[in-house]
Design a protein around this ligand. Structure first.
Ligand code: NDP
Length: 273
């Protein structure tokens, strides 16, 4: 069956609204775009709507070239009215992801992409973990206690697979984690032997029922757009034998909320100094 994430969603919304109401002024999220394509623009519009619903200020800044980014990101990082900085893809070709995200102050790195944010996870001290990885952890904890469970993460990207595997390994979370990727042999044997499987590979409906044992919790991170339709990385028929997160409306929806929650946390932290 498909997992109903509505109660988790609503509880995060309520928590954010309550925390925003306690701040002296609304938190502000700055979205930076470089060369936005139609999907980036539509993503930005939905983020803006969500921010406004939660009482978070949202402003878009344009930095078409690497030289613009190199000026804008430090400027926003030093701007006391900005709490969180959110950098959209695609980036200009003459700046690497690592170089770009390193220009954001770690205190405002609400997407969790700065090397310091990623390093903090290694010390079991995640302050701003990558939003999708945190969203997946929230969903897993909402359904079950991950302690001691065999959890397989399929995908090893810096945004999803790698940080998620480290979050799951943290003391207090205590999962037994296997990470798979495109060179993994006998993937189905590994996933079938897991109690929880997270799939983040970027291939529409790639994993079908033959990859899972019945009763497994399957978290589908994939967002693949084909002919204006959105598909996950897992074939929806898997919901006939497993608990499966829906796409759309699953991990992506919680991820957006985590980004907003991080912005509120950044504002709360700034208030303390
Ligand atoms: P990447 O392309 O950066 O990474 C994909 C990973 O999957 C790589 O590690 C790759 O292995 C592995 N992989 C690819 N094909 C296979 C395969 N057949 N079997 C096993 N492993 C495979 O993607 P992202 O991590 O950025 O994103 C993954 C998916 O999640 C995408 O659909 C993306 O749109 C979606 N996404 C959703 C978000 C949300 O909020 N819901 C946020 C971010 C992403 P290798 O390293 O060997 O190449």
């Amino acid at each position: 069956m498909f997992l109903n994430l509505e109660p988790l969603y609503s509880s995060i919304v309520e928590n954010i609204k309550e925390r925003v109401s306690k701040l002296a002024r609304p938190p502000k999220l700055a979205a930076v775009t470089c060369q936005p394509d139609p999907s980036t623009l539509s993503y930005l519009r939905s983020q803006e709507k969500q921010a406004k619903r939660l009482g978070i200020e949202f402003a878009v800044y344009e930095a078409p070239k690497a030289s613009d980014l190199k000026l804008l990101l430090p400027k926003l990082s030093a701007d006391d009215t900005v709490n969180g900085i959110f950098l959209t893809h695609p980036l200009p070709s003459d700046i690497s992801e690592l170089e770009a995200v390193s220009l954001i102050s770690p205190e405002k790195d609400v997407e969790g992409r700065h090397p310091i944010s990623l390093g903090n996870i290694m010390y079991d001290n995640p302050i701003f973990p990558p939003c999708t990885a945190e969203a997946v952890l929230r969903i897993i904890k909402y359904v079950t206690n991950p302690s001691g469970k065999r959890i397989t993460v399929v995908g090893r990207s810096v945004t999803v697979g790698k940080p998620l595997s480290m979050l799951l390994l943290q003391k207090g979370v205590d999962a037994t984690v296997t990470v798979c990727h495109s060179r993994t042999k006998d993937l189905a044997e590994i996933t079938k032997n897991s109690e929880i499987v997270v799939v983040a590979i970027g291939k529409a409906k790639a994993l079908g029922k033959e990859y899972f044992s019945s009763g497994t919790l399957v978290i589908d991170v994939g967002i693949n757009v084909e002919n204006d339709e959105i598909f996950g990385d897992v074939d929806p028929s898997v919901a006939e034998i497993c608990e499966l997160t829906p796409v759309p409306g699953g991990v992506g929806r919680i991820t957006t909320l985590v980004l907003m929650e991080h912005t509120v946390k950044a504002a709360e932290m700034a208030r303390k100094y």
